[in-house]
Design a protein around this ligand. Structure first.
Ligand SMILES: Cc1cc2nc3c(=O)[nH]c(=O)nc-3n(C[C@H](O)[C@H](O)[C@H](O)COP(=O)(O)O)c2cc1C
Length: 173
């Protein structure tokens, strides 16, 4: 079984999550390719997908939506697992909120998405340009200012647990 771990990442931290998931799969002897979705030219070789995006202004990154649309005809026929990296998930209702509001369900309902895993991400305000700072301050829908989440919240144990769970599901097929 060939698996694509495809990611969309503005500042690199979601890319690192995808690479880590790829390593967990490799430890299980799975055949895996980790790639930025914007660079993927064909998905014909893959039997299953793990697809993840950073969240900006309550949405997937544009290249992630474009990937799902470009390859929808293929993706509808194969199992996919999805993850989203954000900071809203850190709040009390964050898991449910991010699944309900940050995922375009009109799109996921058309595909064979088996599970959606919200993961805590990384926000480094010093690398966010002024336009994006404005977007973040104006549109973040949490109960604290987005800038108060200026840290790396990625929990590698939790990511390993999610990746292992997905690997078990894929290998059980
Ligand atoms: C411009 C901008 C907008 C963001 N909007 C949201 C948001 O609406 N909700 C949220 O939970 N996190 C938001 N975040 C936080 C990112 O989702 C988080 O930092 C993520 O881990 C970044 O991944 P990356 O390093 O792969 O780009 C935003 C970050 C930036 C820079």
């Amino acid at each position: 079984m060939n698996i694509l771990v495809g990611y969309a990442s503005a500042h690199g931290s979601t890319a690192e999550i995808a690479e880590f998931i790829g390593k967990v799969f490799e430890e299980r002897q799975m055949s895996v390719t980790v790639a930025n979705v914007a660079d993927v030219q064909s998905v014909d070789a893959y039997d299953a997908f793990v697809l993840g995006s950073a969240i900006h202004a309550g949405m997937w990154l544009t290249e992630f939506s474009q990937f799902l649309s470009r390859f929808e005809d293929h993706l509808v026929k194969k199992p996919s697992y999805m993850f989203i990296a954000c900071i809203r998930v850190l709040e009390a209702d964050g898991y449910q909120h991010s699944v309900e509001n940050y995922v375009n369900h009109a799109v996921t309902d058309r595909l064979d998405i088996r599970e959606i895993h919200p993961l805590a991400g990384k926000l480094q305000m010093n690398v966010v340009d002024w336009n994006d700072r404005w977007t973040l301050a104006a549109q973040f829908d949490g109960s604290h200012a987005a800038s108060s989440y200026n840290n790396d919240f990625r929990n590698w144990d939790a990511i390993r647990e999610s990746a292992t769970h997905v690997a078990n599901k894929l290998l059980a097929k």
